[in-house]
Write a protein that binds this ligand. Structure first.
Ligand SMILES: [Ca+2]
Ligand SMILES: [Ca+2]
Ligand SMILES: [Ca+2]
Ligand SMILES: [Ca+2]
Length: 371
């Protein structure tokens, strides 16, 4: 896969993305069992100047196509942690960042196929799930790599493929109408199967540490579940965005206290991430009507404002990395369903990065796939 990325100065951050003229070339390399099938799809995107203001939309000639044949077996996985040696003696293993780098990825309901593109431009695909499933990626085996996983609402079954050894885990937990909210609530380094049930406003967590179950009533009708480690104790906190009052409510795992933080306005959508890279989740909202992002910095209490994306885009904030951006901060980013293009605002230098990956109907699932 080869991609051409646009480069713009920092002050273009306030322009709308569609104002850029760009060409996106793409070669998608797809791997099969015994042979390497290379399907080259040239994508030439010409986004007209002032596309937004003039209500001209981006034109993408083509986008990636579904790969043929049976998906390959899971590739062997290298340990995610870095090994520190003194001479030949292993002295420690460390995770260089609390949040490992994320890859752009989509899940295609029509085929049940995950498509992952890593930062080196290498593609991995894996068929897992059926059209009515809900993708529920998480690191359930705790090896630092996200595992392919879907939640089937009709039966409440979670289907998990361990990235460490390819073994499949099943967990029946939840039912139709529940919102999957996998995260590491007990702090053992593994994602816990969890759901938020809006009908009784209760969180149900299947703890990976001891196999026990936990539940807690938290949230109001109409809230959006936004779990994250807001207090930075290494355990994810149950949290919600309350649209009616434009505030986040967090049940802190460190001391059991409930806190709230007002940001944005009713109609905004929550886009929680660690935008300042201090290890704590930051309250953040995106205003679809004008593309404004408001991100709280937990490190110093300030709020940053950026304009990025169109109303029809899907917010995909995550810690993307490339040669220009290796920091631990969540990048503001959107995915445009109509064209399949990812627009990433690099946290390191404000330069935008464009990646064509996926097509209309896909569900973006950026995560630390590290494939
Ligand atoms: Ca894993
Ligand atoms: Ca856990
Ligand atoms: Ca916490
Ligand atoms: Ca933070």
């Amino acid at each position: 896969m080869r991609q051409r990325e646009g480069h713009m100065s920092r002050n273009t951050r306030k322009r709308r993305i569609g104002d850029q003229s760009e060409r996106v070339g793409i070669f998608a390399r797809l791997k099969a069992n015994r042979a390497v099938i290379v399907i080259a799809v040239l994508v030439v995107a010409t986004l007209g100047w002032a596309a937004i203001a003039n209500k001209r939309s981006a034109t993408i000639v083509s986008t990636i196509t579904a790969p043929p044949g049976t998906p390959p077996p899971m590739p062997a996985n290298a340990p995610a942690r870095e090994y520190v040696y003194a001479g030949s003696a292993l002295v420690s293993t460390v995770e260089p960042f609390r949040v490992p780098p994320n890859d752009v990825a989509v899940w295609r309901p029509s085929s049940g196929m995950f498509y992952v593109l890593n930062s080196q431009g290498q593609a991995t695909y894996y068929q897992w799930g059926i059209a009515t499933d809900v993708p529920a990626p998480g690191d359930y085996d705790g090896d630092g790599k996200t595992d392919f996983c879907v939640f089937r609402p009709s039966t409440g079954v979670w289907y998990i493929v361990n990235s460490s050894n390819g073994a499949v885990q099943y967990d029946t937990y939840g039912t139709s109408g529940d919102k999957p909210v996998p995260a590491d609530y007990d702090g053992d380094g593994r994602s816990d199967v969890a759901i938020w049930r809006s009908s009784n406003l209760t969180w149900y967590i299947h703890k990976s540490s001891d196999g026990g179950y936990a539940s807690s009533a938290f949230g109001n009708s109409g809230d959006v579940a936004t779990p994250g480690d807001f207090d930075g104790d290494g355990r994810s906190d149950t949290a919600v965005w309350r649209n009616s009052t434009a505030a986040f409510w967090v049940l802190k795992s460190s001391n059991g206290q409930t806190i709230s933080y007002s940001i944005g306005q009713s109609g905004d959508e929550p886009v929680v991430g660690d935008y300042d890279g201090d290890g704590k989740a930051d309250y953040a909202v995106r205003r679809p009507s004008n593309g404004i992002w408001l991100t709280f910095n937990s490190s110093n209490g300030s709020v940053s404002t950026n304009q990025w994306g169109l109303s029809s885009d899907i917010a995909v904030p995550a810690r993307y990395t490339d040669t220009e951006d290796t920091d631990a901060k969540t990048d503001i980013a959107v995915w445009r369903p109509s064209t399949g293009v990812w627009y990433i605002l690099r946290s390191s230098n404000g330069n935008p990065r464009y990646v064509a990956w996926g097509m209309n109907g896909d569900i973006p699932v950026p995560a630390a796939w590290r494939r």
